[in-house]
Write a protein that binds this ligand. Structure first.
Ligand code: ZN
Ligand code: ZN
Length: 437
């Protein structure tokens, strides 16, 4: 069969399974779970793999699932990823009553689309026609949140990195993968239904603990050391540095206080913060991080408190791959016509651990504008599931066909042209070792 015939068969298979794909995406939406806790979400994806008769490994990076489908020959191995995790937005009408979790980043759409790819591979008999393997990967913990919890998982030796794709790299899951394809839901806008990629910031993470001295807040505050005052001065110090950040570096520092004290009538002696320092390039991020550290320490000095700052590796900025984006863009034009864009969002201030993958192999991070409202907010709603679930699945499958049909020549050429920034070992020591710097 020709590439075009394969693509048509794949799209028809996805359309025939519309209800099944919708059911998967909707079921995941109804039971949102935060990163490294996505047990039920993973179970829903595994149930689909069971139905399809696909063997898989689960518990990868705690909750991830990997199923490798063999081509008629194995000249390349293309990973297709979807993310399992939700965020917290307690005021969102669909948030979980106990945890506040909700899919306000649309990751349920990703697993729905990944399920669509899995279905198409089987129902259109694609693997018999392709000269490479396809690794279906449901990956945990893209949202870099609950830092204190994840730092405990680190201390227990269960993870090293905060992000799931980073853990996939560390655990060797990407060792024999040649390139990675994924997509994310985007916000609907006039003239924009889908895009082949956009830049993302990188970031580092700081876990901060101010230690003061407890005392009776009314009777003897003069005997205490107020860690909350230290933290507030530290935050003000960060603000005083913002004018030194260069526009082109897109630096964003956005700390939160996760613990502001223990009891209102005790001088706060244990105050905790989490922060990111984001930016377009690693050197600018590390420079800004030094300033943030300095400001945080100054807050402690001012009132005689102590401060402990733990550096954790966040995510790397994204590197766009024109080879993969070009293939995807052509497919997007077929699917959504003139509402397809190549580089779709301009510069995105968000971040993704797909950025880390993009330093090791060609990586596609496409967008499908099926949502409205702001990301990570109570207004976020998926309003076009045809686009967010089905069109996304079609575009990914079509791009897989482009890469692996006809002797996988197109995929091999993209692999050949790619220069990795890091070997896996360099990545683990240079980026994974950031906390030691
Ligand atoms: Zn998000
Ligand atoms: Zn997201």
């Amino acid at each position: 069969m020709t590439k075009e015939q394969l693509k048509q068969a794949a799209c028809e298979a996805i359309d025939r399974n519309r209800d099944r794909i919708f059911a998967l995406g909707d079921a995941i939406y109804c039971e949102p779970e935060l990163g490294y806790k996505e047990v039920r979400t993973a179970a829903k994806f595994k149930a689909l793999l069971d139905e399809l008769g696909y063997p898989y490994r689960d518990g990868v990076a705690l909750t991830g699932v990997v199923s490798r489908r063999k081509g008629r020959s194995s000249r390349l191995n293309v990973a297709v990823m979807g993310e399992l995790d939700a965020v917290i937005s307690p005021s969102h009408p669909d948030s979980n009553d106990e945890t506040g979790a909700v899919h306000a980043c649309g990751h349920n759409c990703m697993i729905a689309a990944l399920g669509g790819v899995a279905i198409a591979l089987k129902e259109a008999n694609l693997m018999e026609e392709l000269d490479g393997d396809v690794s279906l990967m449901a990956v945990p913990a893209e949202e870099c949140v609950e830092i204190e919890y994840r730092n405990r998982l680190r201390a227990e030796g269960k993870i090293h990195f905060l992000g799931g794709k980073q853990e996939f790299i560390r655990l060797g899951e990407m060792d024999d993968v040649d390139m990675m394809l994924m997509q994310h839901t985007a916000l609907a806008a006039p003239g924009f239904k889908a895009g082949a990629g956009s830049n993302c910031n990188g970031f580092t993470v700081q876990l901060v603990r101010y230690i003061g001295r407890e005392a009776h807040a009314g009777a003897a505050p003069f005997e205490g050391v107020n860690a909350l005052n230290a933290a507030m001065l530290g935050l003000m110090g960060i603000h005083a540095n913002r004018e030194t950040f260069r526009d082109e570096d897109h630096i964003r520092v956005h700390p939160i206080i996760t613990k502001g004290g223990d009891l209102v009538n005790v001088v706060p002696a244990d105050v905790r913060l989490e922060s990111y320092v984001r930016g377009t390039k690693t050197s600018a991020i590390l420079d800004a991080r030094d300033k943030v550290d300095r400001a945080l320490r100054a807050g402690a000095d001012a009132v005689g408190a102590k401060v402990e700052i733990t550096h954790l590796p966040g995510y790397l900025p994204s590197i766009l791959n024109d080879g993969l984006m070009g293939l995807c863009y052509e497919n997007l034009k077929t699917l959504v016509g003139e509402d397809a864009q190549y580089d779709c969002v301009g510069f995105g201030g968000g971040s993704t651990d797909a950025g880390d993958i993009s330093h090791l192999m060609p990586t596609l991070h496409a967008f499908f504008a099926g949502a409205k409202g702001g990301f990570h907010s109570e207004e976020f709603t998926v309003v076009d599931k045809e686009l967010a679930y089905l069109t996304a699945a079609k575009a990914l499958t079509m791009t897989v066909i482009d890469l692996l049909a006809d002797g996988a020549e197109t995929g091999l050429a993209i692999k050949q042209a790619y220069q990795p920034v890091f070997t896996k070992e360099e990545y683990l020591t240079k980026w994974g070792g950031l906390d030691a710097q």
